[in-house]
Design a protein. Structure first.
Length: 282
């Protein structure tokens, strides 16, 4: 790759890395303020306010918050059930904060799992997510079809004794592509999703359909193709008896023949990665 192109690519990744870190900083800041009695709606508003104070004016989707058995999407049947409710946080209850801000035209989509106090089941779920992160990267580098990698994740969850909860998302996706959008001071949203980001995703759907790939990584036939170069927001989501946990972060896929450069996680300095490293040292 010519030097100028390489510098441009690195600058672009730096922009995505910055907004992803900003989103995780928000998740950690809000998580530290959660206490018994806080509702999902209040937690979602806390995320919005924190990010708006730091210049976020657009979203891939507005922040979500799920408490208790809603972290495992218990009983979810329709998309409206994903939106924050008046469910109140209690001691020992797991929670998930999920946000997708756009900042300076760069998009992130992250998921942060936590718990208000001790919960051994939740701790086990978080620990077992590490093997999913390694599996996904390895099989993407092997250029296996996305649908096949999805099935590998499913099999690993079954061996661990868990249920696949990302299958409850629309189209059952474990990931979707993200990209830059034109920077605006304000952008409207539809059903919680930013219109600019939706247009970009719709464009990818149309172009991908024509060229034989999909920006949605699902268990269905339209994902039966090798990983397409670009940035993917990946979110394996485990569930066990009313407790759910996930991470969501950006995976970079390129057309490089070098295995390590063909796919890599955008950032290894993230809360769940640091947690796994600390557990190995302890």
């Amino acid at each position: 790759m010519p030097a100028a192109a390489r510098i441009g690519a690195e600058a672009r990744l730096s922009g995505f890395r910055h907004v992803q870190r900003l989103a995780y900083e928000c998740a950690e800041a809000v998580a530290a303020q959660l206490k018994p009695g806080v509702t999902e709606r209040e937690a979602a508003r806390m995320q919005r306010d924190w990010l708006r104070e730091r210049g976020v004016r657009d979203w891939f989707h507005l922040p979500f918050a799920w408490f208790g058995d809603r972290t495992a999407f218990t009983g979810f049947r329709v998309p409206l059930q994903f939106f924050p409710t008046n469910r109140r946080l209690e001691a020992g209850m797991p929670f998930i904060l999920d946000m997708a801000p756009v900042h300076n035209g760069f998009t992130a989509d992250i998921g942060y799992s936590g718990c208000l106090g001790l919960n051994p089941v939740h701790n086990r779920l978080l620990a077992d997510l590490e093997t999913h992160r390694a599996l996904i990267l390895r099989e993407v580098r092997e250029r296996r079809p996305l649908r096949e990698i999805y099935e590998s994740v499913d099999r690993l969850m079954i061996r661990q004794g868990y249920a696949n909860r990302h299958r409850a998302y629309p189209f059952g996706v474990i990931a979707h592509k993200i990209d830059q959008v034109k920077e605006r001071r304000w952008s409207p949203s539809v059903l919680g999703f930013g219109t600019q980001a939706l247009r970009g995703l719709a464009s990818d759907v149309l172009h991908g359909h024509r060229d034989g790939w999909s920006p949605l990584w699902s268990p269905y036939k339209f994902s039966d193709h090798p990983p397409h170069p670009g940035l993917w927001a990946v979110e394996p989501h485990l569930g066990f008896r009313g407790t759910g946990a996930k991470f969501e972060e950006i995976l970079v896929v390129t057309d490089s023949r070098d295995p390590e450069q063909s796919a890599f996680w955008l950032d290894d300095d993230l809360p769940h990665v640091r947690r796994w490293a600390e557990e190995k040292v302890a």
